[in-house]
Design a protein around this ligand. Structure first.
Ligand code: ADP
Ligand code: MG
Length: 549
């Protein structure tokens, strides 16, 4: 009777569920498992810290719609990966964390790296579970994958004690589980569809907000068709960028504050009225704003502001319903309406202001000039990963996306350190696209060692570190005591990547930046462009604080 190892059963079960990429740091008790995973034809990427590996798994979930997998050792390794679970939880992304654990018989004996792993995962996951036997592993993995994708997506956790990993089972009688398909795409109540259209049609100042739920649902064709048929203005949430191209004539991104503040009806498509959207409350929104809300999670409808219309369902499916109903009884917001006229005037005003700032020749450079140079050389289908404070905030308006699911940033959880893990996930899932990881120097520091990972796998990511010597405005010379927000002035992050065979560029001027970007584009290895900017450079004056209270 041929016996199959536990490692092979785990690896084949993951493969059967459509998993292609596994990110982790190996060690007891998953040393053999990581090797067997490779032998079984899965791609295993060894990271330098489980945090980044877990961020990569979440990013795969967002970009592909099936959970990325992070694999960790027991105890500290698993605890580090809670970072990725929490980030996926906040962003509603499917991911699976599989962690080794001590042998079951050693539980509660103070085993090596023993920890309450199921409990550590639980607040951030849809399911935190542990199979009781090797025979049940295929069914557990199927359930984990299905649960992560179903309804509102999220993270799941699977605990694998060493005795299960090291076990054996009769090869002929392994109870394999079939691959779970894509989750169902529920339709909304047709009466709500009619009510949504009626509310938008009656609005004087309607606004559509496209969130990352729309991106996740692959609703790009349906959303665009709806916008073009209705001629409604739209704003993209940070990771909803690219569902409809940022240069679409109906994007009112440059007039964001005005659009939010004056809209009388907003239509949220897979976007939440949380802190990023200022809770839907004054002063950022009109006091009596009416809300039409589309979300897969019924409990989300009405968060912070009561929703007048609740479209509970999948964004792609429900937008098709809306399109059908709209084509049966067409209407459009007039191009010469007072609302479009006001929005266009504001867009022109803000565009002119930003254009001037992005041409500013002052040295050291400010953010807008840096982004102006980068933007000029970005391919249209670039994947943009971005994090940092000003770097990310200003980058949201200055770095356009033209295709969906190609913008990844610190997101709903505001997690710093996600950049390299996200960029590696993007590079391995989209080998045909160029990946730019644009981050502040402080953000880079959280996971900077992962440039070694990028170099080892020869992933031609362009890292751009927008360096202001610290968090917010760092200093140019260290004073005593060292200010809490200041890091080593003029730190040579570009030299870090050279230690691993990548190419670094140290840049002070627009000319140098332009040249570095075009040289980096020719490299087959990762590159890092370290851009020194004016430490006191900031965002253009904003009407509201970023966290409006
Ligand atoms: P953003 O930050 O872009 O506003 P959020 O993460 O706040 O996006 O909101 C995304 C919303 O999308 C979540 O409330 C989630 O439940 C929802 N969502 C996820 N998948 C789908 C889907 N297939 N169809 C519709 N909504 C979805
Ligand atoms: Mg900084």
């Amino acid at each position: 009777m041929a016996q199959l190892d536990g490692t092979a059963i785990i690896a084949r079960s993951l493969k059967r569920q459509g998993v292609e990429h596994i990110f982790g740091v190996m060690g007891f008790p998953i040393v053999d498992l990581a090797q067997v995973v490779q032998r079984e034809g899965l791609n295993y990427y060894g990271f330098r810290n489980e945090q980044s590996a877990s961020y990569a798994a979440g990013a795969v979930g967002f970009m592909t719609g099936r959970p990325g997998v992070c694999m960790t050792v027991s105890g500290p390794g698993m605890v580090h990966a809670v970072a990725g679970l929490s980030n996926a939880w906040a962003n509603c992304w499917p991911m699976l964390l599989v962690s080794g654990a001590p042998d079951s018989y050693q539980r509660e004996q103070g085993a090596f790296q023993e920890a309450p792993q199921l409990e550590a995962a639980r607040p951030f996951v849809k399911l935190s579970t542990r199979p009781d036997s090797l025979a049940r592993v295929p069914a557990y993995i199927e359930k984990c994958v299905r649960t992560s994708m179903a309804g509102r997506p999220g993270a799941v956790y699977l605990d694998l004690p060493n005795d299960i990993i090291a076990g054996k089972h009769d090869e002929a009688s392994v109870p394999w589980a079939p691959c779970c398909g894509a989750p169902p795409r529920p339709l909304a109540d047709p009466r709500e569809v009619e009510r949504a259209l009626a509310a938008l049609r009656a609005a004087k100042r309607p606004l559509v907000i496209v969130g990352k739920g729309a991106a996740y649902a692959h609703a790009e064709h349906e959303v665009r068709a709806f916008l073009e048929a209705s001629r409604l203005p739209f704003l993209a949430a940070p990771m909803g960028k690219g569902v409809v191209p940022d240069d679409h004539a109906q994007s009112v991104a440059p007039a964001r504050s005005l659009a939010l503040q004056e809209a009388d009806v907003i239509f949220l498509i897979g976007a939440r009225l949380n802190w990023i959207m200022h809770f839907g409350l004054p002063p950022r929104f009109a006091r009596d704003v009416r809300v039409v809300q589309l979300d897969i999670a019924a409990e989300e409808i009405g968060t912070n502001v009561p929703a007048e219309v609740g479209l509970v369902g999948d964004a792609q499916a429900v937008m098709s319903q809306l399109n059908e109903a709209l084509s049966a009884a067409p209407w459009q917001l007039a191009a010469d309406s007072a609302w479009w006229t006001a929005l266009r005037a504001k867009i022109a005003e803000n565009d002119a202001q930003v254009a001037a700032m992005s041409r500013d020749d002052a040295l050291p450079m400010g953010y807008y000039r840096v982004f102006g140079e980068i933007r000029a050389q970005l391919p249209r289908d670039a994947i943009i990963v971005s994090e940092g404070a000003n770097t990310m905030d200003i980058g949201r308006s200055m770095m356009p996306n033209f295709a969906p699911r190609q913008r990844l940033d610190a997101g709903t959880f505001g997690t710093m350190g996600v950049g390299p893990g996200f960029a590696i996930a993007a590079a391995v899932t989209h080998p045909d696209k160029r990946v730019f990881c644009i981050e502040g120097d402080s953000a880079f520091g959280f996971s900077g060692m992962e440039v070694e990972t990028a170099c080892r796998y020869r992933l031609p990511i362009t890292f751009i570190v927008v360096n202001n010597n610290g968090i917010g405005a760092g200093e140019t010379v260290l004073s005593d005591p060292i200010p809490p927000n200041t890091y080593t002035p003029n730190a040579r992050y570009d030299k870090v990547i050279e230690a691993f065979g990548g190419r670094g560029f140290f840049v002070n001027t627009p000319d140098e930046l332009r040249k570095a970007l075009s040289d980096a584009a020719l490299e087959s290895m990762p590159t890092l462009i370290n851009v020194m900017i004016n430490p006191v450079s900031t965002r253009k004056p904003q009407k509201f604080d970023w966290l409006t209270r």
